[in-house]
Design a binder for this molecule. Structure first.
Ligand SMILES: [Mn+2]
Length: 214
């Protein structure tokens, strides 16, 4: 679904899915009508989920092109076999002909109760554990497709009820301080966007909730 926010060039774009052990939703808002450089996706297979948040450098058509390349590469991955660091390396090669992007990549393994993340560039993210305590996912400088560092993987225990929240730099940092409470992922993502998006850049936030299935 999509609703207007501040005129025809600032329409809200949403995506997501809900089912099994995980619900995810993204809400985003392009700076201008000539393209949207921010994107997010979650791919689920069996007990594994692969998460990506992308901010194509700058905004407009060239930023959107970088984001689309990253998404296309992401869509071919198998969440049960993918490895965070090798996927990040592959994205770096794929995005070389583009203007580049900040990328957060994560794998959630619900069977082992563990998640691994790597964040390069200016995407901010936290995991809300039991809805009350948030742990920041560290990011390092760099631009995928242009200049990539090799950060350590961030590993964290996860369990049903935990919520991952991530946003591009079009979101004011305070969005990470808002507890998710029990609201559905899509409602929370849209609320964060409405409250914390800047008007100076593409903006997007992603919410991933691990559902209590039993
Ligand atoms: Mn940005």
């Amino acid at each position: 679904m999509s609703t207007d926010r501040g005129g025809p060039d600032r329409s809200v774009r949403t995506a997501g899915a809900d089912g099994g052990w995980l619900a995810w939703a993204s809400a985003g808002c392009p700076l201008s009508a000539d393209g949207f450089g921010d994107a997010a996706c979650v791919s689920v297979r069996a007990d594994h989920a692969l998460v990506i948040v992308i901010d194509g450098l700058g905004h407009g058509a060239l930023a959107e092109h970088a984001a689309e390349e990253a998404l296309e590469s992401f869509s071919s991955l198998d969440p049960t076999t993918a490895q965070v660091s090798s996927v990040m390396n592959a994205l770096h090669e794929r995005l070389r002909p583009t203007r580049g992007a900040a990328i957060l990549l994560g794998i959630i393994d619900a069977a082992d109760g563990v998640a691994e993340f790597m964040s390069i560039g200016n995407i901010e993210a936290s995991i809300w554990q039991a809805g009350i305590k948030s742990r920041r996912i560290p990011s390092v400088g760099g631009t995928i497709g242009y200049m990539m560092s090799q950060p350590e993987l961030f590993r964290v225990r996860i369990r049903p009820g935990d919520v991952l929240v991530a946003g591009t730099d079009g979101m004011r940092s305070a969005f990470l301080g808002v507890p998710p409470a029990a609201q559905p992922a899509d409602r929370f993502a849209r609320a964060l966007l409405a409250d914390w998006a800047r008007t100076s850049d593409d903006a997007l936030c992603l919410v991933v909730r691990l559902l209590e299935t039993q």
